[in-house]
Ligand binder design. Sequence first.
Ligand code: C2O
Ligand code: CU
Ligand code: CU
Length: 426
Amino acid sequence: PGAGQPRTFDLIVQAGRSAIVPAGETDTWGYNGTQLGPTLRVRRGEQVRVNVRNTLGEATSVHWHGMHVPATADGGPHQSIDPGATWSPVWTVDQPAATLWYHPHPHGQTEAHVYRGLSGMLIVDDDDEARLALPRTYGVDDIPVIVQDKTFDETGRLIDTTHVGTGMLGDTILVNGTAGAQFTATSDRVRMRLLNASTARSYAFGFADDREFDLIATDGGLLAAPLRTARITLTPGERAEIIVSLTGGEQVMFRSYPQDLGASGAGTGADDMFDVLRLDAAAGLRSSPPTPDRLTRLDRLPASAARTTRRFEINLDRINDEKMDMSRVDQVVTMNTTEIWEVANTTRTPHNFHVHGVRFQILTIDGQDPPAELAGWKDTVYTPPGIPLRLIMRFTGSTDPVTPYMYHCHMLWHEDIGMMGQFVIV
Ligand code: C2O
Ligand code: CU
Ligand code: CU
C-alpha cells in the first residue's frame, strides 16, 4: 500500500464443495475458497482494512479473535453481514507479534458456521519478534496447524453429531482442512503455530516418541522464555507456538493424547487419542539456530493495579444466571483501567472463557500461581469444573458506549445457547 493507504485484504465468504475424506465430496463454506481461508498477516503499527463480502444465503460475521480492535470492527454478533453485503472494518494494529485467528460469530449460529469450514489464521508481526533467531519462513519452517474434528458419513458428507457435554465431537481430525495430514520438513527446527479451531474438542498435543519441544508463545504473544515440555493442552480457541527439533530422514507423528480436563471423561472427548500431523524430515536438513533463551519482556500486571473486581459464574447456557441477550449490556468498563475478572465454572462440564478486545494474564488458578505455560498473554483460558480463576486485564484503545464486546465460553454450542455476555468500554 502507498503512504496513508491501509493495507487492504479482501475476503469473500462463499459456499463450495470439498473432497475432505476419500469417500466423496461435501458442501463446505470458506473464505476465498471452499474451506477455511487465507492466512492474513499484519504488522504492528500499520492500518488494516478488510473488505468482507458475504455471498452466502444467510447472514454471518467475521470476528478477529485476539485482535485489539475498536468495538465496531470486532466482528461479533452486532456486526452482522447480510447476504450480498460487504463489511469493511478498519483498524490500526497495536499489539505485539502473535498468532490469532478469524472466524464467524453470528448470533446463535457460530458453531454451525465454523463447523462448515469458516476459520482462518491471522498473524501479527513486529520488530521485536523479527529480531529473534526464530524460524519464520511461512510454509517452510513456520507452519500453520489449524486443528479441527469433524464427522463424515459414508458418502464423505460432513454431518452434525449429537451434542454431548462440550458440544459436537468429531471422529476425524483435520489439519488445515486435510484429513491424514503430512508435512515434509526441510529444516532441523520447525515452528508450528497451533490453533484449536474445533467447536468443542480440547487437545493435549505431543509427539509419538514423547520428545520435548520449546513452547515459545501462547494466545497473546511470546512467552518471556521458551518452556521445554512434551505436552501442550489447547481448548477451543486457544493457540500456541512451538518449535520442534527434527533429525534428517526421520518420521514422527504429532498427536493428541488423553487429557485430564478435571471432569469425568464422558461427553468431553478427554479419553480420545488421535494422530494429528505426520512430520517427515528430509534426508538433508537445513540447520537453524537454537531457540533463544530469552524471548520478550513480559511484565506481570500486579493485582494491586486493579481497581475493580468482577465475578463471572459460568454455567452451561448462562453467565451469572443470565443467558446472552443482544440488547442487554452486562458490564460497563472504564477505559484505561485495570480489572480483575474472577471466573468460576460451577458445573461439572468443561468450559473455557474468552474475552474480546483485550489480552489478559492469569493471576491465580485455585489460588495458586499459574503454571509456566499459562504465565504469558492469553485471551482464552480453560476453566476446570469447580476451580476458580482470577484474570487481570487492562482496557485500552477507544471508548464506545453503545457497541459491546463479548465474553463467552469458546465451546461454540455453549456460546450459541447463551453462555455469553456483553461489555462496553466507556
Ligand atoms: Cu473466537 Cu467471541 O470468539
Ligand atoms: Cu474473540
Ligand atoms: Cu462451555
